[in-house]
Design a protein around this ligand. Sequence first.
Ligand SMILES: NC(=O)NCCC(=O)O
Ligand SMILES: [Zn+2]
Ligand SMILES: [Zn+2]
Length: 483
Amino acid sequence: MTTVIKNGTIVTADLTYKADVLIEGGTITAIGPNLSGDKVLDATGCYIMPGGIDPHTHLEMPFMGTYSADDFESGTRAGLAGGTTMVVDFILPGQGQGLMDAAKAWHNKSGRAHADYSFHMAITWWGQQVFDDMEASVKAGITSFKHFMAYKGALMVNDDELFSSFRRVGDLGGLAMVHAENGDVVAELTAKLLAEGNTGPEAHAYSRPPQVEGEATNRAIMIADMAGTPLYVVHTSCEDAHEAIRRARQAGKRVWGEPLIQHLVLDESEYFNANWDHAARRVMSPPFRDKKHQDSLWAGLQSGSLSCVATDHCAFTTAQKRFGVGNFSKIPNGTGGLEDRLPVLWQHGVNTGRLTPNEFVAVTSTNIAKILNLYPKKGAVLVGADADLIVWDPAKEKTIGATAQQSAIDYNVFEGQKVKGLPRYTLTRGRVAFEDGTVHGQEGWGQFVGREARPAVNRALTAWKELTAPRPVTRTGIPATGV
Ligand SMILES: NC(=O)NCCC(=O)O
Ligand SMILES: [Zn+2]
Ligand SMILES: [Zn+2]
C-alpha cells in the first residue's frame, strides 16, 4: 500500500517548497507535483517536516531510589502525539556491570516502543571491562558515550576516568557526551544548605549555580580536546556553559551544545512557588535559570553556537517527588516534555520570530540526525529516507494540560500554556500514528536504530594531535655534562 501526502509545503532544515510526498514500505519513494497513492493525507495549509528526534530521554530509568514513570510505551506514545518520531535513550550500567549486559536490559525494556529509538551508553564506572566493552558497544550500534560529572557517589566519574574514557571514545570513532556540573561543589553546597535549614525545593537551585555548570563544561571541553574526541554537552542551561561552548567552537573544536525546551521557557521563579509540589515537580539538574540565561540559549540557537533542543524527559509522579519532603536532595531529579517539545518550541520560537521554520526543523531533528550519524535515514525529507514525518498545522491551537496528556505522570510543567502550531498527522516509518488529536499507537512498532561510528571527525582530530604531539628536538651540538 502506498500513502501520499498532498497539498502541503515541505519544510526542511534548508528548503521550503510545495510538493507531494509518496511513501512506500516505510520510506519516501518520490517527492514532486501531482503524486498519487492508495491512501491520501491532506496537508492543505500545513508544513511537511521531518519528525522530531529527541536526543535525550530517560525512559524507565532507575534513579535516586526509584524508576522514572514513563517507559518506552508511554514515552514514545507521548512523543508521537507531539510530533516526535524517534528518541535516543541512555543506557545506565550499574556499578561493576558490563556495558553489554546493561544494553541487553535496555533492549528488553524498549520492546513496547511505538516509535523508533536508539541508545547512548553511559560510562558510570571505569575499568578494563568498560574499556573492552566500549568497542563491543560501538559494534552493536551504540556509538555515543555519556559521562556524568555530577551525582557524586552515584553516577559521577572523576577527571582521570573522564580522560581515559574520552581517549577510548576518540580511538573508536565515537562521540563523547557530558552532563557538565561540578559534582564535588554541588555536594559541598548541598550539605551546607541542608545544615543551614534550607531543605525546600528552592535550595536545589541554590546548590547548582551557573558557575558549577560553566566550570564543568569548560573542563570537559579541555579534556576532550586533549583526548582528541568530539564532545556533545547535554542540557546546556546557562550563559556560563554556553560561553564555553561558543568559545570552543570559535577555536575550531568539535563541540555541540543541547539546550532543553524546559530551560528555554521556564525560569527559576518556579522554585519560589509557595506550593511545595509545584516547586518539587520542576526540580531537575541543571535547574531552571533566570531570563538572562534564557536569552543566551535562544541566541545560541539563532546563531548556531547551540545545536539541538531536547527534553531530557525523565518524568516522576508527584508521589515520587515527595520522597524529598524535608530534604531537597532526595527529590528525584527530572521533568517531562516529550509531548510538548515541538509545540512549545514552535510557540516560543517560530511564533515569536526567534526561529524560522527551517531553523526549527534543524534544531528539533536534522542537526541531531547529523551529529548522531542518523542522517539522512532520519531527520530528512528525501527520497530513500524513513517516512518519519509530521504534517504540521501552524493554525491549530491547544492549551497544555496534564489531564489530556499521554505521559504517565499526574502534572505537566507547561500546564496552562497556550500553543499555536501542532501536528495534524505524525507518521512513523509511513504509518499514521497520530491523527487530529488521537494516537493510533502500535506497541512494538518501534525499531532499534543502530548507528555507525563517525571515524572521519575523530581521525581529523587525531591527525591534528599527531602533527602537534610533543617530540624531543634533534640537536647537533649537545654540550658535555659539566663537572
Ligand atoms: N536532568 C535530570 O534532572 N534528570 C535526569 C538525569 C540527568 O540527565 O541528569
Ligand atoms: Zn544530566
Ligand atoms: Zn538526562
